[in-house]
Ligand binder design. Sequence first.
Ligand code: ARG
Length: 296
Amino acid sequence: MHRDATPRRYVMCPPVHFKVTYSINPWMDPTKPVDLPLALAQWEDLRDRYRALGHTVELLDPRPDLPDMVYAANGATVVDGKVLGARFAYPERAAEAEAHLDWFRTHGFTEIHEPAHINEGEGDFLVTASWILAGRGFRSSPLSHDEAQEFFGRPVIGLDLVDPRYYHLDTALAVLDGDEVMYYPGAFSPGSRAVLARLFPDAIIAEEADAAALGLNAVSDGRHVLLPQAAVGLFPRLRARGYEPIGMDLGELLKGGGSVKCCTLELREVREAASASASTAGATNAPAPCPVIRPE
Ligand code: ARG
């Protein structure tokens, strides 16, 4: 099956001040040294890879007092050009929310909602064509799910995370294209597993070893799937579906409990809403359909 990539716009934050000095997830061990130059080089590889694939990467200014800021996915959720700010569960990361909001305010985003309830951005909100999938159990409050549904006007499906290693939804599930996903069932409650099986009967079901390599912390542009290179079991499965897996080494950032997706916040502008309005007769100001990247 042929897969088309569409150009994306991402926000990333260089790990200039990255360190592991506290532990708010089981991956973080403050006694383990971090190689900062290596962390930077690995992060630059990811940024350069996105750009080489034709994507736009915007940069957020790193702050010395916020060592987890490299995990930019947690700072907001952007759908249809609307920005839902984050509110972090732990005080160590609280100030990241304002840094993200400032960025959006100065980059032309006007529909910005400062949340009442705890949500860790795209760590726990993942957008498919039909739904917003929303994790809860460790970080984001279930109340943030209603808040997101009301703000975005898209159906939000709450999913219960039960394994502390998979404390954010994006550590256990990745959106590949449209309503296609891959996930690790062991990260979810039995009821949430049943919901996922019902919504995504054709999903790629990840093995434990690939999930434990944080292989589900992946970013797809509809064709290329960038994921931790150690998740070797996922590569043939993705290829069999027509995707082109690209292995990345973000080993230093894994020490903070994150990988490819955690470092990447996607700016979804009006493009997705456009297909709905473009089909409405008389929609004259609908944006042009987005171009397709064909690497061959
Ligand atoms: N150390 C960070 C935390 O525990 C890692 C965040 C990873 N980000 C993500 N989108 N899963 O909050």
